[in-house]
Design a protein around this ligand. Structure first.
Ligand code: SF4
Length: 214
């Protein structure tokens, strides 16, 4: 998205500067606000509208990534949502920046890879070209994943689009994890969309939000 002054901005639902629940190693997680898909049992329904979220400039996000790289030693960024491919222009710029700084790029998308390659948007092609790992396909609450770490449902495929990561790395075989953060009066939860976490999110006495892996 471009602001009136031509500055590229992002519509962001949430940023977790350092997470180990959204892909290999320590990662900078960014959830876009807005998704055109409607997976039954969507794990992040508050991120479906394209309105809302926080408008951040690319420079502001670059600064947060630099901080995370220096402070936490992140090895990559993970883009989620919402739907990252619906924000492909911003995503492609972010991915190019990440790669230029030695960081890997992982995406969770509700589109399959074949569907993504058919989208008539050159920015999607550029984003995919700069992505190391794509986890594709809609989240299916009826088929929760219990074996592959970081994956929400068994129908979703992991595509290694570069040779930076390997399918036979044992890191993929560990149990899924959740991360719970308490900041002031707000509880944020990210990682595997466990029912227990959803229950916590719905408690009316707490201001809480959860950002699940699909
Ligand atoms: S699970 Fe993800 S891709 Fe599916 S509707 Fe929800 S935000 Fe969109």
């Amino acid at each position: 998205m471009e602001c009136a002054d031509g500055v590229l901005s992002l519509n962001v639902a949430q940023i977790v500067p350092c997470t180990e629940a959204e892909g290999p190693g320590r990662r900078f997680g960014l959830w876009f606000q807005g998704c055109p898909l409607r997976c039954p049992g969507c794990c992040n329904p508050e991120m479906l509208p394209f309105s809302g979220g926080q408008q951040l400039t690319m420079a502001e996000v670059f600064a947060q990534i630099a901080d995370a790289q220096m402070r936490d030693g992140i090895e990559g960024i993970t883009l989620l949502g919402g739907e990252p491919l619906a924000h492909a222009r911003s995503g492609a710029v972010l991915a190019r920046h990440a790669r230029a700084h030695g960081l890997s790029v992982m995406i969770f998308s509700g589109y399959t890879l074949a569907e993504a390659r058919r989208l008539p948007d050159p920015d999607v092609a550029e984003l995919l070209a700069r992505t190391d790992i794509l986890v594709d396909g809609p989240y299916d609450r009826e088929q929760p994943e219990t074996k592959r770490r970081w994956i929400g449902s068994v129908n979703q495929q992991i595509h290694f689009l570069t040779d930076r990561y390997r399918a036979d790395d044992p890191c993929w075989e560990r149990r899924n994890t959740l991360e719970i953060r308490l900041q002031g009066m707000e509880v944020t939860i990210n990682g595997f969309p466990a029912r227990a976490a959803v229950g916590l999110w719905k408690r009316p006495t707490q201001q809480a939000s959860r950002k699940g892996t699909r």
